[in-house]
Design a protein. Structure first.
Length: 64
């Protein structure tokens, strides 16, 4: 049984869908620096690790 590796970078649309927000809200999160992105050529890609860290941070805030 093989497991596929988690991608390091994902598209903006996929990232927004993964956390359940619209593109406009996702752009706000990017502009505020909550989520890290990189640009390769003309594409803006989201660093999967920063997306996970953002969601983990939200979980920490709700458990207080």
């Amino acid at each position: 049984m093989t497991t596929e590796p988690t991608p390091l970078l994902i598209s903006l649309n996929d990232a927004a869908n993964n956390i359940g927000v619209c593109r406009a809200t996702f752009y706000e999160l990017l502009n505020k620096g909550f989520i890290e992105s990189v640009k390769i050529g003309t594409r803006r890609l989201i660093v999967q690790e920063s997306l996970i860290a953002y969601v983990e941070g939200l979980k920490d805030k709700t458990t207080d």
